[in-house]
Every structure is written in C-alpha cells, then in structure tokens.
Design a protein around this ligand. Sequence first.
Ligand code: NAI
Length: 253
Amino acid sequence: MSSTNGRVAIVTGGARGIGAAVAGRLSADGFGVAVLDLDEEACAPVVRGITEAGGKALAVGVDVADEKAVKDAVARVAEQLGAPTVLVNNAGITRDNLLFKMSVDEWDSVMGVHLRGSFLMTRAVQRYMTEAGWGRIVSLSSTSALGNRGQVNYAAAKAGLQGFTKTLAIELGKFGVTANAIAPGFIETDMTVATAARMGVEFEQLKKAAVTQIPVGRTGTPDDIAHAVSFLVSEGAGFVSGQVLYVAGGPRG
Ligand code: NAI
C-alpha cells in the first residue's frame, strides 16, 4: 500500500479543468477519489480514466451550494468509497461585471459556489477528519483575491477563502487536520477560455497578453495546480497549515 494508506479524497468541480487534473493526480498518489460536480454524467470520463489506470474513483452529482445535497453526497462517498479525509474545494464559477453593472444574482451566485459551497463541504467532511485524527483541506483561491477589474464578486469570494482557510487551520490543527489555500494565476481551462470569449478576444491573444506579466514566461496548466495540491495533502506537509500558496509563475501576495 502507498504512503496514502488508501485514504479517500473528495475533489469538488472535478469533472474538468483543474479539478479533473487534481483528481487524476491524487489517484496516482494512491488516494481513492470522489469526483463531485453538478452533473454526475460529466464526471464519468474522469472516473473512467482513473479506474482504467488501476485507481478507485466515484462520480457524485452535487451542487456544493445546496446544504441537503452536500450532506447526502458526502454520506454517499463515505459509504461507497470510504471516510473522506482529504477535501479539495475546487468548484468555481465566474460572473464577471463592473461594479456598476453587477446584478445581485451575479454577486450571490459567486458567493454561493465559492464561499457557501466550501463552508458546506468542509463542515460535512470535517467529522471524518477529526474522527481519523488526520485530514487535509485545500481550497482554491486565486490571484484575483488581490483585486481584479470586473471581478468584485469573485475577488471578494477568493479573498474570503483565504480567511476561511486560516481559521480552519486554527480550529482543526489539534485534530491533525491542516488547511491551506492555493491561489493560481492564469491557468488554461474552460474558465479562461470563457473569459476570452466574454472579452471578445481570441484565447491565444488573451494568453499572449497574460504571458507578458508572468515571470516564468508561460501560462499555467491544470497539472501545475495538481502538483501543488499533491504536496499540500501529502503526509510530509503536516506542519504546513493556514498558508496561501500562490502558483502563478512569479511572486504574488
Ligand atoms: P472550470 O470552469 O473549468 O471548472 C469548474 C468546475 O466546477 C466545472 O466542472 C463546474 O461544473 C464545477 N462547478 C461549478 N459550480 C459548481 C457547483 N455549484 N457545484 C459543483 N460543481 C460546480 O474552472 P477551472 O479553471 O478548472 O477552475 C477551478 C477552480 O480554480 C475554481 O475555483 C476557479 O475559481 C479557480 N481558479 C482558476 C483559475 C484559472 O485561471 N483557470 C485561476 C485561479 C483560480
């Protein structure tokens, strides 16, 4: 058995993009992986990829902002895959607009997925971690937490996740549970493709503009983030807690 001792990880928003890469990486690391996303069917390719590579995975459809659905989803993971002791709060959406045009719905939906969703998921999963005396929580923040034009809702939510993370670290540390946040810069996924479309520019053009501001001279990939998650949930990272790791190809924060 690997150093992960057959532990079970939950990855929200795991059907595509960063979440899919994290799910695959954690499976390769030896975790059983529950792939949670809005549509259970959409998780199937990720689960198939993991099982075909010899890993254990389960697809679960859930809206992380729905209290009852979260409770049921986490119970199902515990029953069908095992007690979850790793949680990656990755599900996310953007509803960009300048402040003066932003609707209450755009504000609420972003808060709902990122903040309410991470709260509900973490509250539901912490029980298994504290019972095991071991746990790892990683939440996806963003460089947008430092401020980004057109993202007053998203920036507030991503900054909120940093305070959430630091407080989890303080409350749960004595149970052997660490909590950290990863704040990615520009990562090539459907989310950044959609950003280009919304701005009316070609994706390659948006990437080129982003690269001029990134010291390592390239945009990020989902695997760049998966690698950082792999470290933070590892056994050896037990003394790293309450941190925000900027994974952005240069200094931030
Ligand atoms: P994506 O849009 O490719 O994937 C997000 C996934 O979350 C989708 O599969 C979607 O169905 C799922 N999701 C959305 N709302 C949900 C809900 N209520 N319940 C369950 N699942 C839900 O996005 P990407 O790029 O993979 O982003 C993943 C995370 O990383 C997000 O939290 C995002 O804010 C964050 N991030 C992404 C960056 C980027 O450049 N792509 C940069 C910084 C942070």
